[in-house]
Design a protein around this ligand. Structure first.
Ligand SMILES: [Zn+2]
Ligand SMILES: [Zn+2]
Length: 412
């Protein structure tokens, strides 16, 4: 079965022809013969869909419970460990069916290096769009470990964007704590370089400032940190502006209760395979008392608001992309995106819309609709094969059996 990324009925018994890195033809098997000389990837009894697009991940995190211990631990291991961590994260994402991803916060040099090594084919991973360090005001957000930049003036905010653009970042992350003028300066400067800006915003005033000052993507808005829900006027303005929102709903107020129900997920044998023995041991140690982690201190309150937070957007016609804050405590790259998809379906979003948000809408938010997001002739051949029918059971997305990226089989 083929889901092509549009909100259209599936194409049953489908064939997709790929030459080099592009899709050349899509059609029913009966009328789309495979020409001689092609190698065949058998997808019988399975569902094909576009590779998924993760709009908010963190390659420098692997689900460890405490940033204040994770980063010093990495530093103590030696100078190459951070790169190893990012490679592991990239491989986990790719194996989970993520063929494109946005990283929103990591040191600059390491960010560009891992992106470029993936692009060259030296290591496996999704097509990465890297922000490098985020921009905030003093006290506006953790800066040291994520390489964040704390500016003291609007002029400096613009200058930092200039520097990041010159260094070659793909996106800019504007962290909360910035002023209205800061948002405008950051957006205007980034747009000169054709770079889009993702704002990390929770509070109503921050969301409104980012919206009105031209920030391209509102990320975290509607996730559980937002309590109480936004004013109807703000939602209306976001919808009318057509401004995309990436909620990152699952990462606290769903991951925590899901783990309470099934703590065994923390010892998924796949994690042992994904990590080095030392990293696995350190992450296990950090999660021994996961109920008392600082990261989940407000989860009780967040669980009261989580449903209203998500439904404000899913029921209003907001343009939604899917992002997860993957890598945050207990939020492993190997499963963050299907968990996020499940939350949206559980909150009433039709599965076909969620799949579109994971693919075609994600490509539009990245500004890459020419190449990504759908399975049709001319697009890059980023295709995954899942076991089951995700329209019936969205957790079929947790069973990604085959990953093709740019026409190359990356997992089978
Ligand atoms: Zn963020
Ligand atoms: Zn984040």
């Amino acid at each position: 079965m083929l889901l092509d990324g549009y909100e259209a009925p599936p194409l049953h018994h489908a064939t997709v022809l790929i030459e080099d890195d592009r899709i050349v033809k899509v059609g029913p098997m009966a009328s789309t013969p495979v020409p001689p000389g092609y190698s065949v990837i058998d997808t019988s009894g399975r569902t094909m869909m576009p590779g998924m697009i993760e709009l908010h991940g963190h390659l420098i995190l692997l689900g460890h419970g405490n940033y204040g211990q994770w980063f010093p631990w990495i530093a103590k291991q030696g100078p190459t460990t951070l790169a190893t961590v990012m490679e592991i994260a990239a491989r986990q994402l790719l194996n989970a069916g993520v063929t494109s991803a946005v990283d929103l916060g990591a040191p600059l040099a390491e960010s560009l290096d891992v992106r470029d090594r993936i692009a060259k084919g030296a290591i496996p991973g999704p097509r990465m769009s890297m922000s490098g360090p985020w921009i905030t005001r003093q006290g506006g957000g953790m800066t040291d470990q994520f390489g964040g930049i704390a500016v003291t003036s609007t002029e400096q905010a613009a200058r930092e964007v200039e520097k990041l653009a010159a260094a070659g970042v793909d996106v800019i992350k504007a962290h909360s704590g910035l002023t209205r003028d800061d948002y405008k300066a950051i957006a205007d400067t980034a747009h000169k370089y054709n770079i889009r800006v993702h704002a990390h915003v929770y509070a109503e005033d921050d969301v409104r400032n980012a919206l009105e000052m031209g920030i391209d993507v509102l990320t975290h808005a509607g996730s559980a940190g937002t309590a109480p829900p936004y004013s109807p006027k703000l939602i209306t303005d976001i919808v009318n502006a057509g401004r995309p929102v990436v909620i990152t709903a699952a990462h606290r107020s769903w991951v925590y209760p899901d783990t309470a129900e099934f703590p065994e997920r923390l010892q998924d044998p796949q994690l042992r395979k994904d990590f080095t023995p030392a990293i696995y041991a350190e992450i296990q140690r950090s999660l021994e008392s996961w109920r008392s982690l600082g990261y989940f201190q407000r989860t009780d309150r967040e669980m009261i608001f989580r449903e209203r937070g998500v439904k404000q957007f899913t029921e209003s016609g907001t343009v939604l992309g899917m992002g997860t804050d993957s890598g945050t405590p207990m939020n492993f790259h190997s499963e963050a995106l299907w968990r996020e998809a499940k939350v949206h379906v559980d909150m009433g979003m039709p599965p076909i819309k969620v799949i579109t948000a994971l693919t075609r809408a994600g490509a539009a938010i990245l500004g890459k609709t020419r190449d990504l997001g759908t399975i049709e002739a001319g697009k890059l051949a980023d295709i995954i094969v899942v076991n089951g029918n995700p329209l019936y059971d969205i957790t079929a997305l947790s069973r990604v059996e085959t990953v093709v990226k740019g026409g190359k089989v990356m997992k089978q």
